[in-house]
Ligand binder design. Structure first.
Ligand SMILES: Nc1ncnc2c1ncn2[C@@H]1O[C@H](COP(=O)(O)OP(=O)(O)OP(=O)(O)O)[C@@H](O)[C@H]1O
Ligand SMILES: [Mg+2]
Length: 401
């Protein structure tokens, strides 16, 4: 029988072979998520074409065929391979949930950002997914392995940079890296090559012979991040890896991570620096008080939750009270403030395209000159604050109800 999952065409008696069997004959790895299912069917001059974006959708909306006849069929299936599928994962401390039924998928070769305020549950989630902490309930599939029963297999294929550093302080940097590679069974020559690579990449030449105990905080963090790249892995967890790094090393690290992701690495990343998350992450989950508030791409989060945009302008004459009060009463202007230092006006609006001509019209009417004007971009930080504040307000309302 032809295998439709390989795109093989054939004739099927669809009344005998259910479409689910058609797609799922043989074993399908549980980390393999079928998507973009394209079904083309024909019989004599009749034809039918249906597209589904997932198997779940197909089960919900099966299609009807006239009975009893043999149809020709071609089923093309694209698969989306998952690095992680997390399902209702929870962790209680006492009776207080630190992580509260979180569910999300991470695709292979994706940088998945996990953002949230202090105490939101990021580190606790990472500890569970890296098998360092037992979940109270829920589960996850990590790289095709079950978190509950296949912890050892998971540990072999992942890397972790924890929030708190911990390593033997007595060794010098080079030895410390070498021993780390040894623990991971990296062969000697391979270790040498990789150590040289990370030393160059993370600018550690100057202190490669120094005992780690004498390093500055940022230097120690560099060693801690760098050593994770001595061994092979498919999935890397980074819990605020850039804390304490100077801007140059920080950028070098982010660029190195991007390069590794292009070569197939999947990254789970936390940070409080939102520009960094935007620069690196394909998708971002925002977590607050243990619960996931939103998951989307940085662009979409900004678009959906970035507050109204701002138009900034300056007047050649410095200020004009007449212009300012006229502008304040305009329907498109939510807020107008003047920076006492620079003299620049900042207009908050949802419609910059109509506010800008309005500013020029008013300037002419009040005989002043606009010397500069621009639209200030919405930032991810804006969107983040908005999402977390909204969530706090929702909880408040829930409690009151
Ligand atoms: N061992 C523990 N015992 C009791 N409560 C804990 C323990 N570890 C963490 N918590 C609590 O669980 C919650 C989540 O902590 P977690 O370290 O996961 O937060 P986080 O999102 O990583 O925060 P940060 O941004 O500060 O690193 C916090 O309220 C914290 O106080
Ligand atoms: Mg943390």
């Amino acid at each position: 029988m032809p295998d439709p999952r390989k795109g093989e065409e054939g004739r099927f008696d669809l009344l005998n072979v259910g479409l689910d069997d058609l797609l799922l004959s043989g074993s399908v790895n549980s980390s393999l998520e079928l998507s973009d299912i394209d079904v083309a069917l024909w019989r004599n001059h009749e034809s039918l074409r249906v597209r589904y974006s997932s198997l779940k959708q197909m089960r919900r909306r099966p299609f009807a065929l006239s009975r009893g006849a043999e149809w020709g069929a071609r089923v093309t299936v694209a698969s989306r391979e998952l690095a992680m599928g997390v399902n209702q994962l929870s962790r209680l401390y006492g009776d207080k949930p630190a992580v509260d039924r979180v569910s999300f998928d991470v695709e292979r070769s994706e940088v998945f950002g996990f953002l949230g305020p202090n105490g939101a549950g990021k580190t606790t989630t990472i500890k569970m997914l890296t098998t360092l902490l037992q979940p109270s309930s829920g589960g996850a599939n990590v790289l095709g392995f079950d978190l509950k029963t296949e912890g050892r297999k998971i540990r072999e294929r992942i890397g972790v940079v924890q929030q708190q550093d911990s390593f033997d302080q007595g060794l010098n940097v080079e030895t410390s890296l070498d021993i780390y590679g040894l623990i991971w069974n990296v062969p000697r020559t391979e270790r040498k090559t990789r150590i040289e690579e990370v030393i160059a990449r993370f600018g550690m030449q100057e202190f490669r012979k120094m005992p780690t105990v004498d390093l500055s905080a940022g230097q120690r963090r560099r060693v801690q991040v760098a050593r994770e790249f001595i061994h092979d892995m498919d999935l890397l967890f980074l819990d605020e890896p850039t804390v304490g790094l100077d801007p140059i090393v920080r950028r070098a690290l982010l660029d190195y991570l991007k390069e590794r992701v292009r070569n197939g690495l999947t990254i789970f990343f936390t940070t409080h620096i939102l520009e960094e998350a935007e620069y690196l992450c394909d998708r971002i989950a925002v977590i607050n008080q243990g619960r996931i508030v939103q998951i989307d791409t940085p662009e979409n989060l900004k678009r959906r939750f970035g507050s109204a945009r701002a138009v900034e302008f300056k007047l050649l004459q410095g200020s004009s009270e007449a212009l300012a009060s006229a502008l304040r009463s305009s329907a498109d202007v939510t807020r107008l403030v003047q920076d006492s230092g620079t003299g620049a006006y900042r207009v908050t609006t949802t419609r910059p395209e109509s506010v800008i001509p309005e500013i020029y019209r008013l300037a002419e009417r009040h005989a002043v000159t606009v010397s500069s004007i621009y639209i200030a971009e919405t930032t991810l930080e804006d969107a983040f604050i908005h999402m977390v504040t909204d969530d706090e307000n929702d909880r408040e309302t829930e409690r009151e109800a």
